[in-house]
Design a protein around this ligand. Sequence first.
Ligand code: ATP
Length: 572
Amino acid sequence: DEATSQKLTELAKRRGYFFQSSDVYGGVGGFYTFGPQGAALKGNLEDAWRGRFAVEEGNMEIDAPTIMPEPVFESSGHLDTFDDMLVECPECGESHRADHVVEDNTEYEDAESLPIPEVEEIVAEYELVCPSCGAGLAGQAIDDFNLMFATNIGPGDSQPGYLRPETAQGIFVEFPRLKEYARNTLPFGVTQIGRAYRNEISPRRSIIRTREFTQAELELFVDPEGDDPDLSPVEDVPVRLYPATEQQNEDGEILETTIGEAAEEGIIASPWIAYYLGVAREWYAAVGVDMDRFRFRQHLAGERSHYASDCWDAEGLIDGNWIELAGFSDRGDYDLSKHAEGSGERFTVFRQYDEPQTVERASVDPDMSYLGPEFGGDAGAVADALESLAERDREAFSGDVVEVDLEGKSHEIPVEKTGFAVEDETIAGEHVTPHVIEPSFGVDRLLYTVLHHAYAEDEVDGEDRTYLALEPEIAPTFVGVFPLQSDDDLEATADEIAAALRAEGLSVTYDDSGNIGRRYRRQDEVGTPFCVTVDYESLEDDTVTVRERDSTTQTRLAIDDLPEALSALRAG
Ligand code: ATP
């Protein structure tokens, strides 16, 4: 519920997960600092993602700059189309995302997929008001607002640059080099974990919508005519799907199915997307997203990005709202074609045929001496026009004359002067522009969801307690080590244990302040899965108490066995 979010935000600040940044100067919306626990949790989530989506899948990871020059975003389409709908309040002057104002106030759940005039109509019809001051918004013009942060590279303003709005472009522009590392063989995948920047009109819901955030993206380059992936490793993965067709129904239902069935029935059309939805579902469960509060939703046609032909979102339920955690899209050949066009470089991979093939090739060899002054002396342009026509349309050369268009004027040229010929040619393969399958994860939203779904309250020994039931694999602090009381011998033993556990690579916190119950509560709130307490018995028999967070059960273990036993528990 709403209350959980509030309590979580308070806990996050108190215990060092995250808080508003630059607070001493009043702060600014949409920027957060991860404290010691938050930074560690984020690092663990990134490592877990890297382990699954880069290492285990055999993909390459790169690390590209966050600022890129303007031509990149001219080609990618972000300069023209990476916009949100902005409405400004006539009273208080605050700006809001118009589709959010609509979604929050009416039954419309997909205002993002509506065009501006329709959103304007809805704002007027429902007499929607400014979320900040309550003034009426009807009649306000709604504008496109580009979400990219602009900057200048070097002194002066001759070299505009932009902070990347997604990590993906840093991969696409390096494709000609990356394909060499992949030895020109499809499919291959490239991952990147890094910051992305969007000048969100209204950042909100804590770290769920910020202006600087971290993405973990995989761009998989596939041959559009290549083999489908083997779905057998994921076919039995259970999934809850909300396809576009269901969303358009009055009583649209979430389908409980498996990846295998959904792929077979064509509900998930792309086998590659089906594969990654299966991998992602298992991975999200492993890092602690509650599968009862998780689903995949297909984008409605009008909601898709400028490049995507099909898109599914992973969504987590938070305070009754479904929040997008990741997007899985088929970007087709959009990005590589655009960068090829914009840069003049080759963004293709050579597809070698199993056996050389014979094809008919049309060619021209025009007799330039024939050309008169009517062509302005530009014989080369005529040759080029004839050549491209021969490639496109052999029929054009079937009569006595062929028509070519030059600068809007049509000219008739006798076919015998063009040297037109069709000959057999043997070719070993062809250049293909790969298609891109993109699983794009938001790390901050994941972190928030993991904390939210881990948040729990119960009663221990008649006292209320709050704890975070984080998965041991990703918990920022893995074990707390406490001497029972202030005592030199207890403290010395506890110090030794802490050092031994750290040497094992475990994240340890040592705490000797306050009564033992308070120390346990502190670690419960941080989400530390285990606590080790050194007491007077320990000094006699070399054993300690190991307390498990969720059940609060306590077991005695030999000090010598601790490093190995706890490491095994972390691995799960
Ligand atoms: P939204 O519709 O919520 O604005 P989007 O569809 O524009 O998100 P994508 O472009 O698909 O998001 O980005 C991929 C992922 O990056 C998202 O699933 C999300 O986890 C994360 N993300 C996007 N924008 C933000 C943001 N402003 N703050 C935090 N994370 C974000």
